[in-house]
Design a protein around this ligand. Structure first.
Ligand code: ATP
Ligand code: MN
Ligand code: MN
Length: 309
């Protein structure tokens, strides 16, 4: 005869040959998203997510009890490294440090199976962790600001970067702001790139002080957007495109075409999420298709234009 059918709760779940523990545990309560759905999201989005992760030291947000429980940033993986995950040695203020990077979709799936929900990356790739290859301008608005003001600020940031001779790409964060990412050639170290990003933030605050602030203090942020240039220091990270966020609604950080920025359509928060991100991924990839060919060198002329020497 036939074996008795296992109930849904007992049924063993494999994703690409990786056994998923506690597949029916809820990782998000609104909407109700199980661990199996989270792991399958990573399998499905893997081909889109992986290019944003490859060769980059990672920082992971792990939520072992789901996103309703404690979540914590992890730069180190405690367990034996699964297939598709490798150790990378990076410089830190306390000397060399060992972090991890993924090499395949299997690695992404295995990290999701370990309870990792968010994938954050360094702004540099191995084997040159000392040479940043992107600028990330992290626009952090006062949460009360209307979307139209965030849109206007992003467009002003793009104009400044393009006037300098750089190319700017846009993505949502899955949170309250936007990330503007600029691919650069690896000709400069962290100190120079961070100083450059700081000068961009200061310039924005100078030309549009009613809109931007380059100061960290929250009290000075009222009604304005903090241009967080600190994403550009050694060891700092930004959430990867297509990563989930451990926030209500299971939001996803989504690449956007500049033309998709519409002051009437708020794309923040859970607008893009675990349930619709895959459908938007081909268009999102297309919006960033010119990314590699848009790498520019941070030149002395650009630095001078920002008042740097
Ligand atoms: P939002 O749009 O809501 O600001 P965000 O991802 O930009 O979303 P931020 O708080 O601005 O969130 O943080 C920017 C980046 O800084 C994050 O994506 C993350 O990589 C990094 N970061 C923030 N907080 C921490 C932390 N406690 N530990 C490590 N990295 C952090
Ligand atoms: Mn931010
Ligand atoms: Mn920030």
């Amino acid at each position: 005869g036939t074996a008795p059918r296992a109930s849904a709760k007992e049924r063993r779940a494999d994703v690409r040959g990786i056994p998923v523990s506690n597949p029916h545990r809820l990782v998000y309560s609104v909407p109700r998203v199980t661990k199996l759905e989270v792991v399958r999201y990573h399998e499905a989005i893997g081909e889109h997510l992986l290019p944003h992760l490859l060769s980059r030291p990672l920082s992971l947000v792990r939520c072992p009890q789901g996103t309703g429980g404690d979540c914590f940033f992890q730069k180190h993986v405690q367990t034996r490294l699964p297939d598709g995950v490798v150790a990378v040695e990076v410089p830190s203020s306390e000397g060399p440090d060992t972090q991890v990077a993924v090499t395949s979709i299997e690695g992404v799936i295995a990290l999701a199976q370990y309870g990792n929900v968010e994938f954050h990356t360094w702004g540099a790739r191995m084997p040159r962790p000392d040479r940043p290859d992107r600028l990330t301008m992290d626009l952090d608005p006062d949460p009360d600001l209307p979307w139209s003001s965030v849109v206007e600020a992003a467009q002003l940031t793009r104009v400044l970067l393009e006037e300098l001779g750089l190319v700017a790409f846009l993505k949502t964060t899955g949170g309250k702001g936007l990330h503007i990412v600029t691919p650069i050639r690896t000709t400069r170290g962290w100190d120079e790139v961070k100083a450059f990003a700081k000068a961009v933030a200061s310039r924005l605050a100078t030309v549009a002080p009613q809109r931007f602030t380059a100061r960290l203090t929250k009290t000075r942020r009222e009604g304005r957007i903090f241009v967080d240039y600190l994403r550009n220091g050694r060891g700092a990270t930004a959430v990867a495109a297509y990563s989930l966020r451990a926030r209500p609604g299971a939001p996803v950080s989504m690449p956007l075409a500049w033309e998709a920025l519409d002051p009437r359509e708020d794309l923040r928060g859970e607008h893009f999420n675990i349930r619709n991100a895959l459908a938007h991924a081909p268009g999102a990839d297309a919006a960033w298709a010119a990314y590699e060919e848009s790498r520019r060198t941070l030149t002395v002329n650009m630095m001078r234009a920002l008042g740097l020497d």
